[in-house]
Design a protein around this ligand. Structure first.
Ligand code: 637
Ligand code: MG
Length: 214
């Protein structure tokens, strides 16, 4: 039977990356996506911006919306402080199964908690289920029409504190117009746009970094 792109991406990781070496996993995925098949990972160019934000925030608790194959979860987890953890939500069980194996190959199972389900269902349960008070950093990279409702839901569920950082992928391509309009005009956020390119292409895209002011 025909393999899927996530399955081929995992095979490339298992062939070209060193077990237990997260940076070799990131490199193997970027090389696969540049040389073989494009895939919707945040990628190497926007990934450097993600790295600098993670390093600056030095987060103890990270939430990622949309795991896909686990590329950004691995990239973020590499940079967490010793007791830092990332919870990543993924509702497609096939993608979750691939991501689990990518995360295992990187040796980051202790730092990454992959939860299978829809963000809208899980966000209200995170505090009680995972003993998280608030998140220092949230990386939004799931369906683009879910960025705004999930941000409002995180506010309502008290998952954000003064200083929490939201980092949103794809605010230009494919675009998240309602999210951008809200976050740039809300007095409760201070936003900054990081211009870049759509992963593995020359098309413009960028990340929006927003600080929750409480
Ligand atoms: C509410 C909910 N809950 C849980 N998991 C959720 C969820 N909504 C989606 N997911 C999960 O997350 C991933 C989906 C990510 C969506 N990302 C994109 O669509 C995307 C697209 C492009 C792109 C750009 C130009 C093109 F021509 C084509 C594609 C680039 C990107 O970087 C993207 O992120 C996928 O694994 C999906 O199952
Ligand atoms: Mg994306």
């Amino acid at each position: 039977t025909q393999s899927t792109r996530p399955q081929r991406l995992l095979a490339a990781v298992q062939k070209n990356a060193t077990r237990g070496d997260p940076r070799s996993v990131v490199l193997a995925i970027d090389q696969f996506c540049r040389q073989k098949e494009w895939a919707m990972n945040v990628g190497d160019e926007k990934g450097c911006i993600l790295d600098s934000v993670v390093s600056e925030v030095n987060p103890g608790a990270v939430l990622e919306l949309g795991t896909y194959c686990g590329y950004s979860a691995v990239r973020i987890a590499c940079l967490l402080p010793p007791h830092g953890k990332i919870i990543t939500l993924e509702f497609n069980p096939d993608n979750a199964a691939i991501a689990r194996q990518v995360i295992a190959w990187a040796g980051l199972e202790e730092k990454i908690q992959l939860v299978v389900g829809a963000s809208g269902d899980w966000i209200p349960k995170i505090k009680e289920q995972f003993g998280v008070k608030t998140f220092d950093l949230v990386f939004l990279d799931h369906w683009k029409d879910r960025y705004l409702p999930d941000t409002k839901l995180m506010e309502e569920c008290g998952l954000l504190r003064e200083g929490s950082i939201l980092l949103a992928d794809n605010v230009i391509c494919p675009g998240t117009p309602d999210y951008l309009e809200y976050i740039r005009n809300s007095p409760r956020y201070k936003s900054q746009y990081f211009k870049s390119h759509l992963e593995y292409t020359k098309v413009e895209d960028g990340l929006e970094k927003s600080v929750f002011l409480g």
